[in-house]
Ligand binder design. Sequence first.
Ligand code: ZN
Ligand code: ZN
Length: 183
Amino acid sequence: MADANEHGIIPDVKTCTVCGKQYTRRKGYGFRQWAASTTCSRNCSVAIVNANRVWPTQRERFEAKVDRSLGQGPEGTCHEWKGHRTKWGYGSFKVGTAVKKAHRVAYELYCGEVPSDQMVLHSCDNPPCCNPDHLSLGDQVKNMQEKRLRGRNRNRGEKKLPRVNGDPDGMPIPGDLRHLSVY
Ligand SMILES: [Zn+2]
Ligand SMILES: [Zn+2]
């Protein structure tokens, strides 16, 4: 007995889209199940699932965790890591059993290899940033020099304030608005 749907009559015999064999409606198959069926057997339907499965590559997995929308970081052009972060704010990315820093993986993906004696540094000073344009190679000495230049050691994660009245922490004196001017 043939069933009808909005597309017309569904025959009781179909041709398997995988192996090409003809097969008949299985006992217990409801109308919808039979209408949706394209394979003769479980083996053939598994073959379709496997053929359509796209195993996410490392790069796809990585890029799915990077937010490229505008307005992030000090210049508004950072691409911040949305996944797990270390206590210092760096992104963590699992590669096999190893856990790598996300910005380092970003450098490897878009810029090239990182020599073992080199670090991947942020020109934006924004640890979760994975924008390759903000990443460069350097060593520990260069990293500390750059941090010192930016005053990051003192004001991690805060807007850098110019020193006021020789206060070593650069903290403004209440009521003193000079720190708001841009020098
Ligand atoms: Zn088949
Ligand atoms: Zn950045």
